[in-house]
Design a protein. Structure first.
Length: 135
């Protein structure tokens, strides 16, 4: 059996293998920024993490009527993430002023572009700089 070929720079957009998952753990928290609840997400959004992603979005809507999702730290997102985003957008009555995607990473930008959601959702370019307080 031959070893797999080396990964080139053009192949780096491929989803990490399960063995490499420890490099991108899933983390989510909600912060208040300028009267808006911002859901900050890091890691992969897939069927395993999508329920926590949805719970984080629900928590944000419980805190404020305007919500943004900061996806600058997301390294992979599949249809489970898209589903959660669409559910949240519908929750606002598809109001672009009440719901936005903030600073999507390149892998997320690609998914949003392929699905056409980059034309439907409000996309903000600036990432959230506020970090949660440490205990």
């Amino acid at each position: 059996m031959r070893p797999p070929p080396p990964i080139s720079d053009s192949d780096r957009h491929v989803r990490p293998t399960p063995a490499s998952r420890h490099f991108s753990p899933f983390d989510i928290y909600v912060v208040q920024v300028d009267g808006r609840a911002v859901v900050v997400v890091r890691g992969e959004i897939d069927p395993e993490t999508a329920p926590r992603f949805s719970e984080g979005i629900d928590a944000a809507f419980a805190q404020a009527p305007r919500v943004a999702i900061d996806l600058s730290g997301v390294v992979f997102m599949d249809s489970a993430g898209i589903h959660a985003i669409l559910r949240a957008f519908r929750r606002t009555g598809q109001n672009r002023e009440a719901f936005a995607i903030r600073a999507p990473s390149n892998p997320v930008k690609r998914v949003l572009s392929i699905t056409g959601l980059d034309e439907v959702l409000a996309i903000e370019t600036e990432a959230t700089s506020t970090l949660p307080a440490t205990k």
